[in-house]
Design a binder for this molecule. Structure first.
Ligand code: SF4
Length: 328
């Protein structure tokens, strides 16, 4: 008989809240309801959420992901992703009489509305965001070119040349680092004392809560797994938050096998969180894999309670929908 090898013990600190936010849940509900209502294929502009597992599963159900509307036929529904789209995309869809269902997160739509309002007041807008990110592209596309200027960090502020410093506003991507954006807003206010904005920033409740949850456990653990996708802004900022909050070993984990077991050598406490676009099933798989090698005990560190829920567009709840645009 072989010798029984005792597993080392490892305490897992689970961040709460973690994983899916209300905007992601709504976007996924919208895709499922669109499939149910009109059958497959349906087209989704951009990855519905930034998670390849979620996207692949939807592909098997008949969802076609595209980046441009010209990849969509005229006779099939098109869903806009949670990140939102530029006004020109909606205009093009209306021109082609496409059946569209808008899964833009209501909190992103709120930022769009703010941008358009400032624009109507004659203000140029500074957008704090990431170049090329779908949400930033969509928000900047709410106003005419030249009406919005992108800054990615404090370093970009010096180069700004607004046409009138007394008529300036700022807005932010919803998924950035809370701390970085606070610094950028402060620097903007220093250079442009008359700039107006949303009070603090447009970072959403889910991003804020997940970053706070990471801060609450990062200094207590030897290693932290942030489960999510590398192309997810939310995920990358959770990794950064964990590092800044004092954890020396923060790993972005997409799924099982995505880490070298050496990182857990000698570890006594492992922190686990997941980004707003990551399903809990992946977190459970990661925990099961770790549990095969370690004797696990669990502690949940809750730093906020979330009960946000967003409704899906009415067109998905109607009995006999006509092909009409649901855009606000
Ligand atoms: S991360 Fe925030 S803004 Fe983005 S979908 Fe979730 S709730 Fe909406």
């Amino acid at each position: 008989m072989g010798a029984i090898v005792e597993k080392s013990s490892l305490e897992v600190l689970l961040a709460a809240p973690r994983g899916f936010c209300a905007g992601v849940e709504r976007a996924l509900d919208i895709v499922e309801l669109t499939l149910k209502r009109w059958g497959s294929p349906i087209y989704v502009k951009h990855d519905i959420v930034h998670n390849s597992r979620v996207v692949e599963e939807l592909r098997t159900k008949g969802v076609v992901f595209v980046e441009e509307l010209n990849e969509c036929p005229d006779d099939r529904p098109v869903v806009y992703s949670a990140h939102g789209v530029a006004a020109s995309v909606k205009e093009e869809a209306i021109r082609r009489n496409l059946l569209t269902v808008d899964a833009t997160c209501p909190l992103v739509a709120k930022v769009h509305a703010e941008a358009k309002w400032h624009n109507r007041q004659g203000r140029q807008i500074v957008m704090i965001g990431q170049q090329g990110h779908a949400e930033t592209t969509g928000t900047m596309g709410q106003v005419a070119e030249g009406e919005m200027m992108l800054v990615q960090s404090v370093d970009d502020i010096e180069a700004l040349e607004p046409r009138d410093e007394s008529k300036l506003a700022y807005t932010t991507q919803t998924t950035l680092s809370v701390d970085d954006v606070a610094n950028t807003v402060e620097a903007l206010r220093r250079r442009f004392p008359k700039i107006v904005g949303p009070g603090k920033d447009d970072i959403c409740y889910a991003t804020t809560n997940r970053q706070n949850a990471v801060k609450a456990i990062a200094c207590q653990v030897d290693v932290m797994f942030v489960v999510g996708a590398p192309h997810s802004s939310n995920t990358r900022h959770l990794v950064q938050t964990g590092q800044r909050a004092g954890c020396c070993s923060v790993l972005l984990v997409q799924g099982i096998g995505d880490w070298n077991w050496n990182v857990l050598d000698g570890a006594k406490k492992l922190g686990i969180t997941a980004s707003a676009s990551c399903p809990e099933t992946i977190v459970e798989e990661v925990i099961d894999a770790v549990g095969e090698r370690f004797e696990l005990t669990f502690r949940t560190i809750a730093s906020a309670v979330e009960n946000v829920k967003f409704n899906v567009p009415r067109i998905l709840l109607q009995q006999d929908p006509e092909p009409e645009d649901t855009n606000p």
